[in-house]
Write a protein that binds this ligand. Sequence first.
Ligand code: PMV
Length: 337
Amino acid sequence: MSVLASGRARASAHPNIALIKYWGKASDSELNEPAVSSLSLTLDELRSETCVAFDESLKSDELWLNGKRDEQKLARISANLDKLRRIAGIDTRCRVETSNNFPTAAGLASSASGFAALVAAGNAALGLGLDLKQQSMLARAMSGSAARSLYGGFAKIYLPDAEPAQTHFGSAYAEQVAEAEHWPLEVCVAIVSEDEKKIGSTEGMERSRLSSPYYQAWLSGNDVDVVQAEKLVLARDFEQLAELSEFSCLKMHAMAMASRPGLLYWSGATVDAMHCVRELRAGGVPVFFTNDAGPQLKAICAPGYGAKVADALAELHGVKRVLRCALGPGARVEALD
Ligand code: PMV
């Protein structure tokens, strides 16, 4: 720990939604290197806030999630705190208090925002002095998509060739493609279930790798998709981004569904919401859908169309509520109480 560091810090971060999906790990090492490139946008209104306190008097790590002690998720948090401790060269145990203002582990990327906030808080608490690239590498080692939540607006993880691994961090990192202000898209999240997902992304990715006949085809396409999506974001080309992003989402799910046993993250309401979005688009509303390892449907709208899309989704039977979001900032350290 740096002599100036207090061992305590608070940070916040927002979930991100991938327009070009990450699904698959390069190896099963604890560096958690992705096998594919990805590109995302960071949301504003949804938020994780994490406080860490490294404390010599603690005998073991503690996790408090949304105000309650959580023993189930503690092992994963402890393993990731070890990564911070290794960099700092300490063995001190830590109390982590984290809360989300949206459903946890329900396909809304709470692990992305949660681990991005943990890295930002740990970096500040221990005085590690990691720059954003290093923080994104560390976040990636905790949860692949968390690397992108370090940045606001649009972010990508691009994997052209394997870069030599850096000590502690591995090689893949995220970088910003554009600030939120570059293209203030709106996002409507149709919540169709608040239950925690039954098959987490790590287990799902491994099952896809081992059994989906389409896995190799999936791996081969993403670099091209990310290069193209980045150009479309920079050019603010909504129509072509809509087509490409729905392609990436459906391609990922088709490959995952063909695993054995098949991974079926959608509910009937998810599919109804997809049709609703496509009907709106056919009627001239600039909107497209995407969906992750859970049933919620995310509708990405051109600036100014969020209200119209949210109203249409809210009318669907099976949609419990619709959250409206703008694009948001990256992870940041907050003042302690
Ligand atoms: O970062 P993980 O391990 O939670 O995996 C994220 C996987 C998807 O959300 C389905 C896609 C993505 O790129 O965010």
